[in-house]
Each structure stands twice: as C-alpha cells, then as structure tokens.
Design a protein around this ligand. Sequence first.
Ligand code: DC
Length: 225
Amino acid sequence: MSYKSIAIDGPSGAGKSTLARKLAGELGFLYVDTGAIYRTVGLAAFRRGIDPSDGGQVTPMLPQLSIEMCYGGDGVQHMLLNGGDVTEEIRRHEISRCASQVSALPEVRAFLLERQRELARAHDVIMDGRDIGTVVLPGADVKIFLTASPEDRARRRYAELSERGEQTCFEDVLRDVVQRDELDSSRTAAPLRQAEDAVLADTSGLTLEESFQLLLHIIEERLQR
Ligand code: DC
C-alpha cells in the first residue's frame, strides 16, 4: 500500500506548524514537524556548550544523540532528547538560532534525512519544514510553499513568545525572523526555496481559519487528481 504525503515548506512564522497540525487532524494524516527535529539537535549542541555552526564539533556529537518523536493524545508532537521531553525547551528564542545554525551543516541534514523519509514510507504524512518538497519528499503528492510578509510572521512569533512568558521586544523578533530567513535561504545545503511544482500560498493578512481553508482547498484539489 502506498501512502500519501503532503509537503509544506516556507520561512519561519508563516504558520506552517499550526496549519499543518490542524490539516493533519482534518485529513487523518500524521503530522511531522521537521523543524522540531533540527531544534532538538540545536538544543543538544547548546547544552554541551559547543558551537552550533562548527561541523567539527557538531558531527561527533550526532551518533551520541537519541532523538525520538512521540505523539500525545492531542496530536501534539513531543520531542525526546536522550529520553527527556524537550518539547517546550526547543521553542526558546535562543534555541531557534542554534537550530538554524546546525541545520546549515550537511552532516546534520544527512543524519536526519532517512528518518524523515522513513516516516513517509510508513504513514500518510503532512510534513513541514524548509526542504521537504525539494529534498526530503520530492515525490510528495501535494507541495505547498507557505509564506507571509516578514512583519506578519514576526507578529505571530512575538505573540507566541509572549504567551510563553518570554521577555522580548517586537523589533528583536522581526530582526531575528529576517536574519534566520537569510541564513536558511543562503546556505548551500538544502536551502529554503520553493519547489518548482509547489503551490505558493501567501497568508499575509489572512486569519488562521482563512489560511486553513485556503490550504485545505489546495490539498483536496490536488489529492483528487
Ligand atoms: O520551523 P522551525 O522554525 O521550527 O525550524 C527551526 C530551524 O530548523 C530553522 O531555522 C530552519 C531549520 N529547518 C531546516 O533547515 N529544514 C527543515 N526541514 C526544517 C527546519
């Protein structure tokens, strides 16, 4: 039996995870947040006090890591690092940058590639990230490139961080969003870019429900083909 796969790529803060989780619930697919996996590797580097941008330090750490994903009853993807639940910790502001840095290392990407593909071989998946439609699942049944203006994306990220009680200011978050996009798009290893056969969805100015309906429409239309 072959499984269906939906790839959602795009820059940070475009609403990928919120929308992908909601869509997975609606369609009965497994939701895979690949950013959370890179964040877990970033956290591991941070905890060990090693430079996340230095392949010479990060690569020897990889075989020592046990990274697992499990799902709560609510469909939330929990990340376990060496047996400890790090789901909340990987969302911290400082870990975002570590994640972006480790994700630019080809060794890290190679280490995680097969694991992501395995999930798609065993389930109907909706997977979000930066290179799902271009590298991880080039044969995905539906590919969406989800974006929104930097200000809209920073506003969402800022609201998320404030909700979690993290002290930060909007300008810092906006600067960070722009820098991280630059880093994710300019790296040589699997940079963030729209696959040729991906549908571009811009959610600037749309509510969550409107964005959800837009994506659901694209997916249903493509899956029927
Ligand atoms: O989606 P996110 O912000 O949680 O992702 C964290 C970092 O991981 C982001 O800076 C880019 C990187 N990433 C990646 O390079 N490839 C993916 N498929 C997913 C995330």
